[in-house]
Design a protein around this ligand. Structure first.
Ligand code: IDP
Ligand code: MG
Length: 150
């Protein structure tokens, strides 16, 4: 089963959208595997976004991400990475369809309320970065899985 790292950014936390975002992943059928409210350092965020270091918006992005706590989560299930990004919507909320999280709750790209891993490899890297002590994985009740997977 695939894992993805989903994070509610400071604007999403401040706007009270944590529950809404959790609700959508739960309702889809994904399993909540880890969850924590965190106050990351600048260095930690620079590591998370290291691929974007050369972008002109990078300093603003880091400043935005430092503006308050974030909620980091790991969700598990079939194609969790790709489907997780579909649930979030496009990077630019105005290009996101209604029904997606960014499409329903955000306008500007620099205030797009949530993060989702883009590949399974990056998901595992991000999970290791944000949950460095590891995650105890509780096996979900098999009877629930038979209602979600054929
Ligand atoms: P993603 O979050 O959809 O994976 P990335 O390209 O990885 O998008 O960019 C990371 C984050 O950087 C975005 O979610 C957004 O908050 C911010 N960002 C991306 N492009 C821009 C931009 O052109 N201006 C301002 N912020 C941006
Ligand atoms: Mg990205």
């Amino acid at each position: 089963m695939e894992r993805t790292y989903i994070m509610v950014k400071p604007d999403g936390v401040e706007r009270g959208l944590v529950g809404e975002i959790i609700k959508r992943f739960e309702a889809k059928g994904y399993q909540l595997t880890a969850l924590e409210l965190m106050h990351p350092t600048k260095e930690h965020l620079e590591e998370h976004y290291c691929d974007l270091k050369s972008k002109s918006f990078f300093p603003g992005l880091i400043q935005y991400m430092l503006s308050g706590p974030v909620v980091g989560m790991v969700w598990t299930g079939k194609e969790a990475v790709k489907t997780g990004r579909k649930l979030l919507g496009e990077t630019n909320p105005l290009a996101s369809l209604p029904g997606s999280i960014r499409g329903d709750f955000a306008i500007d790209v620099g205030r797009n309320i949530c993060h989702g891993s883009d590949t399974p490899e990056n998901a595992e890297k991000e999970i290791a970065l944000w949950f460095p002590r590891g995650i105890k994985t509780a096996k979900r009740d098999k009877s629930i899985d038979t209602l979600i997977y054929e």
